[in-house]
Design a binder for this molecule. Sequence first.
Ligand code: PXL
Length: 269
Amino acid sequence: MSLPKVLTIAGSDSSGGAGIQADLKTFQERDVYGMSALTLIVAMDPANQWNHQIFPIGLDVIQAQINTIVQGIGVQAAKTGMLATVDIIDLVVENVKKFNLQNLVVDPVLVCKGADQPLFPEVAEALRTKLVPLAMVTTPNLFEAAQLAQMPPIETIEQMEEAARKIQAAGAKYVVVKGGKHDLDGKAIDVIFDGETMTHVVSERIQTTYTHGAGCTFSAAICAELAKGATPLEAIQTAKTFITAAIAEGFALNQYVGPTNHGALRRSQ
Ligand code: PXL
């Protein structure tokens, strides 16, 4: 049986919970054939509070990987994760246009949780003006949504809706503003806007700190479902079920990091 083929253009999380490792695990769970173009490698320092270090990969190497996959094989959907520099974003934008990549999911990663510092402001600007407008679906968290919509910090559902409208107006077809980590009356609420309809996806908020890689996993699940032919809204809803199960069974890898559990939904079925 041949499987729908998908590409992640993202960083490597050596600890396995986020980045391409999360994406490929999710692709496997969702029954699509996953391929990867690495943009950078993240390593953590066990002797220094698990501090993250980011090692970008050369543009020529990133391009060669994309050529392998897109020219040499072909994909039904693609996603982007951590891109880290404006040069890498520009390269990805060029490729999305050149190869007319369809079903693009942009996870606008602006911080590496362990590093606790935003990537450079020009990265946010390049994502906002160049890559996010090409997305079929983009999945900012509250911090990223405020950056992309050029708004002050987002604290209410109304502000989530305002951000979703602004990001959608700039070009992204579907915007999912993820409220999951923030306590909005004990619920995890995501706000979705497609240019016409505002949809709220509500679930119980799971009390856990083991959420490392949740954003990567969620956007990878959307990408997989799009490749299988789901509508964007169906894809987002299936991905929400997948990530909610994965977060509910998150676990500690060591004293610093707890990833989500990618096999949780499968095991519950
Ligand atoms: O969760 C954001 C993220 C994305 N991509 C890579 C990461 C991280 C956080 O650690 O390492 C490669």
